[in-house]
Design a protein. Structure first.
Length: 242
């Protein structure tokens, strides 16, 4: 069963879709999309459908300025997206009885948001990152006010804001199990980033390199493999509590 909801984040409306299993008690997985993506990408729709058929609930949402949520993409910052995700988590805790914690699954920039949100948060019980950068040096070193990425602009306000955050240091503060998935042909975030994340992460942890996989895992077989691995990880560390 799917239900569309609107979540408030300090006056901004965040558009979200919840996928429910048939069971009365279930864990939650919250997904976070990449910079210019949305909750409607095939990857996240498939995750919602598959996980809910396997006794887990999923909430997928649009960050501010993306998809159906309020805001403009040119105003996005890492700080704003962290606030968006925290508002989603607060919504779940207020609306549902979540006794065993929540899982986070993020792709690309969404993986960074998930790591930064999970750091020092004991309520996050499982984490999956896909194609996630370990650092932002390539952005923060730019001198121009904006540059193009996939035909879209990344504004200087975003570049300035990411300098406040250290993904690898935050990862050291995470105590929940983490699965790191990365394609070895990622054209945007080199696979070396995944190895850095894995080296810093605490146990239990797992690194899976998908041979031939690009940044978005656009090949259907690669995407299915990543989603299946994410499901198995979530079943092991979230669903087994119920």
């Amino acid at each position: 069963m799917e239900k569309r909801v609107t979540i408030d984040n300090n006056g901004r409306k965040i558009s979200a879709v919840m996928h429910f299993p048939l069971e009365k008690k279930f864990p939650w997985m919250v997904t976070s999309h990449g910079f210019f993506s949305s909750k409607e990408s095939d990857k996240f729709v498939t995750i919602g459908d598959l996980f809910s058929r396997n006794k887990m609930a999923v909430l997928r949402f649009d960050f501010s300025g993306c998809g159906e949520s309020d805001g403009k993409i040119e105003d996005t910052t890492l700080t704003q997206r962290i606030q968006d995700l925290q508002s989603v988590l607060n919504f779940l805790k207020n609306e549902f009885s979540i006794e065993e914690g929540i899982g986070l699954l993020g792709s690309s920039l969404g993986g960074c948001i998930s790591i930064l949100t999970a750091a020092g948060n004991p309520e996050i019980k499982a984490l999956v990152s896909m194609a996630t950068p370990a650092y932002f040096n390539d952005l923060t070193s730019l001198d121009e006010p904006s540059h193009e990425s996939g035909g879209e602009k990344i504004e200087k306000t975003f570049i300035d804001d990411v300098g406040k955050y250290d993904i690898l240091s935050s990862l050291k503060e995470i105590n929940c199990p983490i699965l790191i998935i990365h394609g070895d042909q990622d054209e945007e975030v080199p696979v070396s980033h995944a190895r850095m994340l894995h080296e810093v992460a605490k146990e239990p942890k797992k690194l899976v390199i998908i041979g031939g996989g690009n940044h978005s895992l656009s090949d259907v077989s690669h995407r299915k493999a990543a989603i299946r691995l994410s499901l198995e990880w979530s079943e092991k560390y979230l669903r087994n509590k119920f």
